[in-house]
Design a protein around this ligand. Structure first.
Ligand code: FE
Length: 258
């Protein structure tokens, strides 16, 4: 099944695509969204994914770039559905990859060739800015949501916040959230177990309240479009009990089977 590129935002020189390979027959590996930002012919691929989709995602990225160049590869954290095919992306392009400084010495274990490893660069804990051919992109700290070295991207031109695993609903069967309450039921189990604590969630809520966000686009599941939907999601994050908040009593030696 081919990848389909959905346009989340576009103007004369700026485009935001979701590369979607949703395939109901392939449920063994978790479904993951690849996002692509293009500004004045330069591209950034976000969380490019693993080997199963590498050739399709790379080909569709080239189509969307229309002869432009891939400049950046952004890795929100170290998970295989984010990083596993990094070597291919670095070998097939001149792009520079960015990931948390915490993961610099772990990511090479995915098989990144020493010839291209100098193009993997660290993001400091406090975050940073990248210039995509004239468009400024913010790399925002979102540590412990869920990985201990974890970043999100805010694109001020499209007003899209790329939230990585935050907002994920891996089992969704639609592209855009229409009914927040129904969608929250799909997100709850994942967030309660994967997000580390409500302290991290509330710190994130406090950070993003100062951003002008029109769309939140996670790495799994559907996007949240419009201020009302964005606010509902941010409010939900601010009140969720998750991770260590309710896991402490699970730390016990397991019972032996009878
Ligand atoms: Fe993850």
């Amino acid at each position: 099944m081919a990848i389909k590129a959905h346009v989340l935002f576009e103007n004369d020189n700026h485009k935001n695509y979701l590369l979607d390979d949703w395939n109901l027959e392939q449920r063994l590996a978790v479904h993951a969204n690849q996002h692509l930002i293009i500004h004045n012919g330069a591209g950034m691929i976000l969380d490019p994914g693993g080997h199963k989709i590498f050739s399709k995602a790379f080909a569709e990225t080239s189509v969307c770039l229309h002869g432009g160049k891939l400049k950046y590869i952004f890795l929100s954290h170290q998970d295989p559905d984010v990083v596993a095919a990094l070597n291919g992306w670095l070998m097939m392009s001149d792009a520079v990859a960015y990931a948390s400084a915490l993961w610099m010495r772990f990511i090479p274990h995915f098989g990144v060739d020493s010839k291209v490893l100098d193009r993997l660069k660290p993001i400091p804990d406090e975050g940073m800015y990248l210039d995509l051919n004239g468009a400024e992109l913010m790399l925002l700290p979102a540590h412990f949501l869920h990985s201990c070295g974890n970043f999100q991207v805010y694109d001020p031109l499209s007003k899209i916040l790329y939230s990585g695993d935050l907002g994920a609903a891996p089992e969704r069967e639609y592209l855009q959230v229409e009914d927040f309450a129904a969608h929250a039921k799909l997100m709850a189990g994942f967030h309660r177990r994967y997000m580390v604590s409500s302290i991290a969630m509330r710190a994130w809520v406090n950070m993003v309240k100062d951003l002008d966000i029109e769309t939140i686009a996670p790495q799994h599941g559907a996007w949240f479009k419009g201020k009302d939907m964005v606010h509902q999601f941010v409010d939900w994050c601010g009140t969720l009990e998750c991770g260590i908040d309710w896991m402490v009593d699970k730390y016990r030696i397991p019972d032996r089977p009878l």
